[in-house]
Write a new protein. Structure first.
Length: 289
C-alpha cells in the first residue's frame, strides 16, 4: 500500500476547498458527539481492562515511543505509560484528553496529550515504534485514510496493535439498536463496526504490514446488575446513545422503542447473571519495509 502525503493545504481548487470545509464540519460534529455525557466514566468503570489487554498484546518495551490514536481519556495510553513507554495520546475531542491528563497526573504518569484527527495525524513519517488504538480509530469516518495514517507514522519494523468491537458482539448489537433511531452516516463514511472484521482490517492495512494476526477476545463487564442499570448508565454517559435519544426527543413512541431495544440487548447478554462478555477483535501487525 502506498502511503500518501497529506493534501497540499495551499491548494485553491474550489471542489477541494469544499471537501475540506465539509470534512472540518464533520470532524467538529464527531468531536462534539464524544464530548457528550461522560465517556471517561465508561472507560474507567466499564471497559478499563481493554487498554491493558491491548498494551500487553503490543509487547511494549521500556523507552519505546508509542502513539495512541483516538485515545479518548487514555484507556490504553495510561497502561502504556505504566509499562515504561514514552507515550503520546492523541484524540479529536479536547475534553477527553483533559480528563485523561487529570487522571495521569493523579497517577504520577508523564504523557504528552495532543488534539489530532486520526485521518490527518500531525506527526512525521515513521515517528513511532508502536501505534495503538483501543476502540478509537474505528470511529474515524473514512477508514482507508485512517488506516494509511496508522501505518505512515509507524517506523518500518514497528508494531501496530488495535482493539475493535466486533459486529457480532455486544457493542455491535448496541450500534444495531441505535441505528433505527440515529441520523444516517454522512456521505463517504463507513460503519465503525467493520473494524471488528478481520478480513476488512487486513484489507485496509494491505501490503504495508506483515505478520498480521487477528484474534477474537472478550472483555468481562460486571458493572451492571440489571438491564435497567445498563440503559440508565449509557443513556447518561455514552455519546452515541445520548445522540440516539436526542434524535427521537419529542416522540414518546420512538423513545419507548429505543428504551425497549436497549433493555432487550442487555437482557440477552446478562442472562441470569450480572456479568456480560463483550467481544472485540485484537489485531497486531508489523509495518513492512
Amino acid at each position: 500500500m502506498t502511503i500518501p502525503h497529506q493534501a497540499d493545504r495551499g491548494q485553491t481548487d474550489p471542489e477541494q476547498a469544499e471537501r475540506e470545509r465539509a470534512d472540518r464540519e464533520l470532524k467538529a460534529r464527531h468531536a462534539a458527539l464524544w464530548a457528550l455525557g461522560d465517556f471517561p466514566a465508561v472507560a474507567r468503570e466499564v471497559v478499563a481492562g481493554l487498554g491493558a489487554a491491548l498494551v500487553a498484546a503490543a509487547e511494549l518495551q521500556t523507552g519505546e515511543r508509542v502513539l495512541d490514536v483516538a485515545a479518548g481519556s487514555g484507556n490504553a495510553s495510561l497502561p502504556a505509560a505504566r509499562a515504561g513507554a514514552r507515550v503520546v495520546a492523541s484524540d479529536l475531542t479536547p475534553e477527553l484528553l483533559e480528563a485523561g491528563r487529570v487522571e495521569a497526573a493523579a497517577a504520577g504518569l508523564d504523557l504528552e496529550w495532543r488534539v489530532a484527527d486520526a485521518e490527518h495525524l500531525p506527526f512525521a513519517d515513521g515517528e513511532f515504534d508502536v501505534v495503538l488504538s483501543c476502540v478509537g480509530v474505528m470511529f474515524a469516518p473514512h477508514h482507508q485514510q485512517a488506516a494509511r495514517e496508522l501505518v505512515r507514522v509507524c517506523r518500518p519494523g514497528g508494531r501496530i496493535a488495535l482493539a475493535n468491537w466486533t459486529p457480532e458482539g455486544f457493542v455491535g448489537g448496541l450500534f444495531a439498536a441505535h441505528r433505527p433511531f440515529s441520523p444516517p452516516l454522512p456521505p463517504g463514511a463507513a460503519p465503525a463496526i467493520r473494524w471488528g472484521e478481520a478480513d476488512y482490517v487486513a484489507g485496509l492495512l494491505g501490503s504495508a504490514v506483515e505478520d498480521l494476526v487477528a484474534v477474537r477476545r472478550t472483555l468481562t463487564v460486571d458493572r451492571f446488575e440489571r438491564p435497567e442499570d445498563f440503559r440508565s448508565f449509557f443513556r447518561a454517559a455514552f455519546g452515541p446513545t445520548i445522540m440516539a435519544y436526542r434524535s427521537v426527543a419529542g416522540d414518546p413512541e420512538r423513545t419507548a422503542a429505543l428504551d425497549q431495544a436497549l433493555l432487550d440487548l442487555a437482557r440477552e447478554h446478562l442472562g441470569q447473571g450480572s456479568t456480560m462478555e463483550w467481544e472485540y477483535l485484537l489485531v497486531t501487525a508489523r509495518r513492512a519495509g
